[in-house]
Unconditional design. Structure first.
Length: 73
């Protein structure tokens, strides 16, 4: 099963410090499969696969997840 999470963009809170016409989104949607955490990943985070042609996985802080939903595929 695939999981999609809506993840808070930390740069959104300080978007006024970026270029005036640069669009900074409030959140990102990431889709992937939840993977077992390597030893170096703390308990406050989890790993989500990122797909072919990208890094193997991304590490997401649980506190920055706004919501999530499962896909049956």
């Amino acid at each position: 099963m695939k999981l999609t999470v809506r993840y808070k963009n930390y740069a959104y809170a300080i978007r006024d410090r970026y270029a005036k016409y640069l669009y900074i989104p409030e959140y990102f949607d990431y889709t992937g499969t939840v993977l077992p955490n390597p030893k170096w990943v703390k308990d406050d985070s989890f790993c989500l696969s990122s797909g072919p042609g990208k890094l193997d996985f991304r590490v997401l802080l649980k506190e920055n997840v706004i919501c999530g939903w499962l896909h049956d595929c």
